[in-house]
Design a protein around this ligand. Structure first.
Ligand code: DTR
Ligand code: CA
Ligand code: ZN
Ligand code: ZN
Length: 324
């Protein structure tokens, strides 16, 4: 359960507050006394809201239905990927985001990235959160990577519900053709001018965050971003480990190679959970974190709702914190 924290005070409210205090001092019993220091201090950065895991799971159900209706997958260059992108884009357009679709070709097929900007914030300081939307051809790709895509989508929708006014500019992304070698994210980074790359203060990646036999792994590429995630999990008494198997294995790699600070979360793939890990996280020793990795059984049944919930809330916390 997260405490509800009032959102950021608007400037008008702040001015009104100062005006009221000033008026009371000028006319009340304190009149003529040395002016008191303003009792209004700068508002604390608003705390992120709880991300309803039921909402995230509803997105996963939609992605599952899309795969089922499109040959069983949501892979690059197939109709299931296009339908997945249309679903996510429709939610974002309705929520007030400025969306754009970036087209590219890979393996003789056309691929697409979806970029969604939240209007406002300093365009010279852009905080990005992203995930790959494509699956492998073997299946629906619900944990890999519907989980990351749905959590990033629901966090973006939470930004809209809150009408967040962050100091920095927020941009969200859903990448195509990650499974072919981070093709979509590399296309995006390569398309940026040097000046526009420099404006990205951080990129947060979420690829497999609902594994059924979950671990809680935090990317250690940038210490400041890593600390935001580790502090969050410490606050809910969940141990974390440094993510060690993924260097270069997901969409943060092109950003890191361009010198952009990166971070992210991962709940594990085909590696086996050790007894030490099971002692702190529960689950099954000697089994993969996700036994359906890149398989047809990567369906909505292949998700730990607890891991999905915790990682979605950590994602929102990082977005709110790093953009404040
Ligand atoms: N390459 C990702 C899965 C993956 C494997 N190891 C890591 C580490 C960090 C993030 C992702 C991954 C995929 O198959 O999509
Ligand atoms: Ca939650
Ligand atoms: Zn994969
Ligand atoms: Zn993946």
């Amino acid at each position: 359960m997260k405490l509800s924290v009032p959102g950021r005070l608007s400037t008008a409210a702040l001015v009104a507050g100062v005006t009221v205090v000033a008026t009371l001092l000028a006319t009340g019993p304190m009149a003529g006394a040395a002016p008191a220091r303003s009792s209004v201090t700068a508002p604390l950065p608003a705390a992120a809201p709880d991300i309803p895991v039921a909402n995230v799971q509803a997105h996963l159900s939609q992605l599952q239905s899309i795969a089922t209706a499109n040959g069983g997958n949501r892979a690059h260059g197939r109709t299931g990927y296009q339908a997945s992108l249309n679903y996510v884009k429709g939610k974002l357009d309705a929520a007030g985001f400025t969306t754009s679709v970036q087209q590219f070709t890979s393996g003789g097929r056309t691929g697409y990235n979806l970029i969604a900007d939240w209007p406002g914030g300093d365009l010279n300081q852009v905080v990005m959160a992203g995930s790959h939307l494509d699956s492998v051809t073997a299946g629906a790709g619900i944990n890999d990577n519907g989980s990351g895509s749905a959590a990033v989508l629901e966090t973006a929708l939470a930004v809209s519900r809150a009408q967040l006014q962050p100091t920095k500019h927020l941009r969200f992304a859903w990448w195509g053709a990650e499974e072919l070698g981070m093709v979509g994210s590399r296309t995006y980074v390569n398309s940026l001018s040097t000046a526009n790359r420099a404006k990205i203060s951080g990129y947060l990646n979420f690829d497999m965050i609902g594994s059924p036999n979950p671990g809680y792994f935090v990317y250690d590429d940038d210490p400041a971003i890593e600390k935001v995630f580790k502090d969050y999990f410490a606050g809910i008494n969940i141990s974390t480990e440094i993510e060690t198997e993924g260097d270069g294995r997901s969409d943060h790699a092109p950003f890191k190679n361009a010198g952009i600070p990166v971070g992210g979360l991962f709940s594990g793939a085909d590696y086996l959970k050790t007894s030490a890990q099971a002692a702190k996280w529960g689950g099954t020793v000697g089994q993969p974190f996700d036994r359906c990795y890149h398989s047809s059984c990567d369906t909505t049944a292949n998700i730990s709702a607890t891991a999905l919930d915790r990682n979605s809330d950590a994602l929102a916390h990082a977005v709110w914190t790093l953009s404040s």
